[in-house]
Write a protein that binds this ligand. Structure first.
Ligand code: F6P
Length: 565
């Protein structure tokens, strides 16, 4: 497909100006203590409101001028045009010749008819599918949908992998306080049989509903697990003598009552034995890692309910509208993406920590790993030419305060620059007191303390003043000037989670645009999948397949064959 070649960011005026600016900063010395002391308005100038979120960029290694230059870079590489093209449904995923329309998944009812892409009234299709999902969710929640034996569903088990798992499990964990219908969810993703074994061990088949989620319905892990789950269900019901009545085999009916699917491949789902009435579709313009707000979130719609799910979608939409409408200089979403470019391409940062100070967000870093790394981990641009700078960042993290007692040492005193996003909320659904002390407040003090320590550090003189022996002083110095962004919210209801996810989706697009990357394909996952199919027979049966392997793989298979019991 004919496409405009990307603008080479490194050849723009803004890139050269940013280089100059970076060199000036290095020469004059990066000194957050001094910068804060000199400018009492620094925080005010570098803080933003985004829906329910307050975002403070002031502890980053930037001056207000840096943001202007980064915005200029965005303009020069055509970020505004690419945002518009994405929202309008142009085929910006050019290696797959697809529109990229996850933003349509959260458009409201009144937008029906307002976005026609490739002849499809996209918003109407989305809203119609949501209606079906909500009707089904209501049935399960009210107990009018039952299992084979008439018992209400108490557990939904989502079987999927990658985007068909990470988004829903992250969001379910984050929104657990809103799961109010006595229905819990579990997520099976890994083809390692241990995953399914552990997650079905204590399940009651009579009250379990499986949701098979696969965009393509060809994914090895998901289909294998789905077949295993089907076998488990039939075996467990059979052992209880529940699979036949008056000589009639109830297996097909059991599958109908206990299996539903989410997929774009409706024919393949039917072949699996799932009733087409119980299949919720989505479209090839929704990338797996951008799909949690589509039918892929059905487990969430069931557990938290349609109203909360709508609030979740509204959160995304708030950020979408802001992202489209706000000039780049004041657009915190775009600026956070551009800031990441600043660290990767000018400071040489390789990784980016995301540190939620909220236990409910414990799967958020894992979710972001797919979103950001499957999107931007590429070395050719969308026209097939090599990239011209470092791309991609390694996203990682753990909830605070656990990380503090594990890897923060390296962030505070290591030799690498690791920009970190701290995410926290003023209120918790689980208020607690330890004596007179509010425990959540104690928790938040840690978030504040860490970002403060990273920014301002502790000088040798301050260490000495505490009476530290001279020989140990260097080990106890904190250089400071370690960049952090603070994202602070009132609480984490569904809308705030939607905002947070949309924020990172658009950060990813922004970085990809600067690097000239098609952030919506994922060819890099294909080779391993193909080789796994070829290698599988070599494991036990096929000596010819074994002979075709390289010497290292051969010797590993030989070890496996020798040790397998
Ligand atoms: O292998 C990577 C990938 O294609 C992801 O992009 C996707 O989210 C995941 O596999 C699952 O794919 P599917 O939903 O088609 O099963």
């Amino acid at each position: 497909m004919a496409i405009n070649p990307p603008v080479d960011a490194t050849s723009t005026k803004a890139w050269a100006a940013l280089h100059q600016h970076f060199d000036d900063m290095q020469r004059q010395g990066i000194d957050l203590r001094a910068w804060f002391a000199k400018d009492p308005q620094r925080t005010e100038k570098l803080s933003f409101e985004l829906g329910d979120l307050y975002i403070d960029l002031s502890k980053n290694l930037i001056q207000p001028e840096t943001l202007s230059l980064l915005a200029q870079l965005g303009r020069e590489v055509g970020l505004e045009e690419r945002i518009e093209a994405m929202f309008n449904g142009e085929h910006i995923n050019n290696t797959e010749d697809r529109a990229v329309l996850h933003t349509a998944l959260r458009r409201p009812e009144e937008d029906r008819g307002r976005l026609i892409v490739d002849g499809q009234d996209v918003v109407s299709d989305v809203r119609d599918t949501l209606k079906r999902i909500y009707a089904f969710a209501d049935q399960v929640r009210s107990g009018s949908w039952t299992g084979l034996t008439g018992k209400r569903i108490t557990t939904v088990v989502n079987i999927g992998i990658g985007g068909s798992d990470l988004g829903p499990v992250m969001a379910y964990e984050a929104l657990k306080p809103y799961a109010d219908a006595g229905i819990s969810a579990r997520y099976i993703s890994n083809i390692d049989p241990n995953d399914l074994a552990e997650k079905t061990r204590d399940l009651d088949p009579e009250t379990t509903l499986f949701i098979i989620v696969s965009k393509t319905f060809t994914t090895l892990e998901t289909l294998t697990n789905a077949r295993q789950a089907r076998a488990w269900l039939l075996k467990s019901l059979g052992e209880r003598g529940l699979l036949s009545k008056d000589g009639e085999d109830l297996s097909a009916e059991a599958i109908r009552r206990h299996f539903i699917a989410v997929s774009t491949a409706l024919d393949k789902v039917r072949d699996f034995g799932i009733d087409p009435d119980n299949v919720f579709g989505f479209w090839n313009w929704v990338g797996g890692r951008y799909s949690v707000d589509s039918a892929v979130g059905t487990s969430l719609a069931i557990t938290i309910g349609p109203e909360r799910f709508e609030e979740f979608l509204k959160g995304f939409n708030t950020v979408d509208r802001y992202f489209c409408a706000t000039p780049l200089d004041r657009n915190v979403v775009a600026l956070m993406g551009l800031l990441n470019v600043w660290y990767v391409n000018f400071f040489g940062a390789h990784s980016h920590a995301v540190l939620p100070y909220d236990q409910y967000l414990h799967r958020f870093p894992a979710y972001l790993q797919q979103l950001t790394m499957e999107s931007n981990g590429k070395s050719v641009r969308w026209d097939g030419t090599p990239v011209t700078s470092l791309t991609g960042e390694i996203f990682w993290g753990e909830p605070g305060t656990n990380g503090q007692h594990a890897f923060y040492q390296l962030i505070h005193q290591g030799t690498r620059l690791i920009p970190a996003d701290f995410i926290a909320f003023a209120n918790t659904p689980n208020p607690a007191k330890d004596g007179d002390q509010d425990v959540h407040e104690l928790f938040l003090a840690n978030f504040l303390a860490q970002t403060k320590a990273l920014a301002f550090g502790k000088t040798a003189d301050e260490v000495r003043a505490e009476g530290t022996p001279e020989a140990i002083v260097p080990a106890r110095v904190f250089t400071g000037n370690r960049p952090t962004t603070s994202i602070f919210g009132d609480a984490l209801p569904p809308a705030a989670l939607g905002e947070l996810i949309a924020l990172y989706e658009h950060i990813t697009l922004t970085e990809g645009t600067v690097w000239g990357i098609d952030s919506f394909d994922q060819w890099g996952v294909e080779l391993g999948k193909k080789l796994a199919r070829e290698i599988t027979p070599a494991g036990s049966r096929d000596d010819q397949a074994l002979a075709e392997q390289d010497q290292s793989t051969k010797s590993l298979i030989a070890f496996y064959r020798a040790h397998r019991r």
